[in-house]
Design a protein. Sequence first.
Length: 202
Amino acid sequence: MSHQPGLLRTLREDLDVVVERDPSVRNRREALLHPALPALWTHRVAHRLHRRGWRLTARFLARGARRATGVEVHPGAVLGRRVFIDHGAAVVIGETAEVGDDVTIYHQVTLGAVGWWSDVKRPDGQRRHPRVGNGVVLGTNATVLGPVTVADHAVIGAQALVNKDVPARAKVLAPTAVVRPHGREPRLMEDLFATTASAGSW
């Protein structure tokens, strides 16, 4: 992550990134109505309060942003410059997560911990959440768990589950849907499982 500029400059960069990366937004005035921008801006303020020891005030701001936008970012999380949260619905970023510069985060992304049963055993101050490098893209419903590192310019595809380190410029892709021709009977147990699972039976 690069050196952090002043708050106002960072907020202006956030606004410009919405115009640059969202094809449906034509100008800054329209970008002000982007659904995830209030969550990001609120976090910028809450994080500064959190670092200065105003933890309850920071949590109060984060809770308000979550209720208004559906984006939950813990005030302790570190977000770099020009982070773009597209849509924003159901994005969760944990307390010790670190997100680099120029990262794109789509909806339903989780940067979470492994679970309390492991985290309570970690020494105080040890990272529990992912570190995401510069220029990373996190696709819709991607889940990154634990103190792993996703290195610079990696792509985590939609619905991918990551619990190991990802090298720079790597792609982590979940299996895509399988098209079954109409009328063909399942021939293998795997076909039968795929057919019944896709019918919502589990």
